[in-house]
Every structure is written in structure tokens, then in C-alpha cells.
Design a protein around this ligand. Sequence first.
Ligand code: TA6
Length: 315
Amino acid sequence: MIYTVTLNPAIDRLIQTNGLLMKKRTNRVKTIEYDLGGKGFHVSYTLSKLGMENIALGFIGSENQQQMEEILQEKKVTHQLIVEKYAFTRECIVLIDEESQGSTMVTGNGFQVSRDNHEKLISQLKKLLQQDDMLVLAGSLPPNYTLKQLEEIIDVGKVAGSFIACDLSGDALKLAVKMQVNFIKPNQFELEELLPPEKNSIKNRLLALNEKIPYVVASLGKEGSYVAHTGEIYRVIPPMIREVNDTGAGDVFVGSFLAQLAQKAKLETAIAYATVCSASKVTKRNCTDFDLMQAEQMLPMIKIKKLEGKSDAIS
Ligand code: TA6
């Protein structure tokens, strides 16, 4: 089974403005839509869409529980969430304009998780997790949630012997690296934070991380990604597409990559599917959707090259 954990859940409020979105101007709303938010939930949605059984774990606020549950139901996300009383699940505002030239996100902070609820999550994970399972930890930590608490969660996965995938950032990501989880997906800035760029090319930084972490994906947005596994580095160039809303593209990448790994696909197949599914997501208006048929049509348009020698370049 694959378990995703969303510690800091969210409802995405997608606001499309009339005309071009501009600073120092009154931007009038054209449409408003609510969508699933929170990286772990997005990964669950992707997994389900690709036919992979999974359960979304984590927390949900009691005060707007019904709204969040309705979105989860509509998106067919199977979940076993722990309710935090008197708390509101945060809203993340995603702004796109009429021209739909990419999105801007403003994220809420989220609610504090009580000690009791953290303990409940730990016991739930201890009961559920087994060796063949995958544990996916994705998204920001709730306010005042400590690294120690995150460490306890990763520890349960370690003790169970599960495959642990982390899409985390900042100190949480550093902890995941220190604890030698199985998969991380830093972006370019996070990669620089993990290992300073002065002496290190991307390739060397990835190789250093790959000594501890079996799968390292460095995402470069429109520029594609690098993937490191068993000491080999792959440079991935995505298809050229018209960007509408890139919010959630990273989550689709993680979900489709892990779906392929869970099915024991070859690494290059996992990379290819993750790249085209996330490219398809970028062409969609909302924050979760992607189209598998459109994605598969893009398979011949991507380049995956194993890097030889010292160069980071792809020819
Ligand atoms: O990756 C997109 C997204 O999942 C949005 O839906 C939004 O809810 C946001 O990320 C939350 O990110 P955070 O890092 O704050 O957990």
C-alpha cells in the first residue's frame, strides 16, 4: 500500500482575473474555483488517477471539514484523516489571469496540530506501515510542528522498512537527507541549500546526495530535471508546452514517478511518465488535473540522457 501524509492540508482557491494580472492595479475576479490543496493530497490524487491504490493520511481542520471532505470525495481521494478540533484547514490562493500565463501562489500558514493528534498519527502509522509499503511525506509542516515530530514519523517508516519518499523543503528536507530516506525532490534553490554550489556542479551535488538517498530528483521547472540513481545521473528535457497553471506540477511528477516505481518499472520509464504527466498538468487550468492520453502523446517529445564525464550539458 502507498500512504501519503499531508501534515499541513489546504484548500486551493483558484482565482482567475480579468485581463492580465498586474501589481499596483485593481485586478477584477473573472472566476473562482476550489480545488484540492496540499502536496500529499495531490500525490494521492495522481496515484489514484493512475490506478494505484493509496490512502491519504494527515490532519484536517474541524471548522471547514465538510468543504475539505467534499473536495476529497469529488477528487476520489481515499483518506483516514485525523480531525483537529476548532481548526480551519488553510486556504492557498492560486492566481491566474485571463491569458493564463502561469500561476502565482499565496499560501496560508495552516493550523497547529495538538500533541495528542501527532501521537495519534504516530500510532496509526505504526499500525499500518509494513515493509512493502511506501510512505510519502509531502508539503510544508504546520505551524510549530517540530523537526523532532517529523523525525518520529520518518522513524516509524524506517522501523517498518518502508520506502520513504519526501517532498519537503528547508530544514525538513535537510532532516530527510540526514535520515537517509529513499526519495527526495529538491528544486534548484533547495539543492543549493543542501550543498553549496561554489565547488560543486549540479552533477557532483546530485552524486553526493545519491550516496545516501537512492532516488534524487532535482526539479528545474520548465527546464526539466536531473535524476540520480545508483550513481548515474539522467538529464531530462521536458516537452515544449503552453503553460497555463504550473501549481501542482511537482506533485504530479512525484505521484507518477512513485506509481511507476511501485509497479517496478524501469527507471527511464518512471522518469518519462513523471515528466509527461507533469507537463500535461501544466497545460490545465486547475491545480490537480492532468490527462494521461495527452501525456502519452508527449512521450516522444522528451529527452532523457545519461550524463557521462564531468559535463552537466545535454546535446
Ligand atoms: O504543490 C502545489 C500545492 O500542493 C498547492 O496545492 C498548495 O496547496 C501548496 O502546494 C501547499 O504547499 P505547502 O508547501 O505549503 O504545503
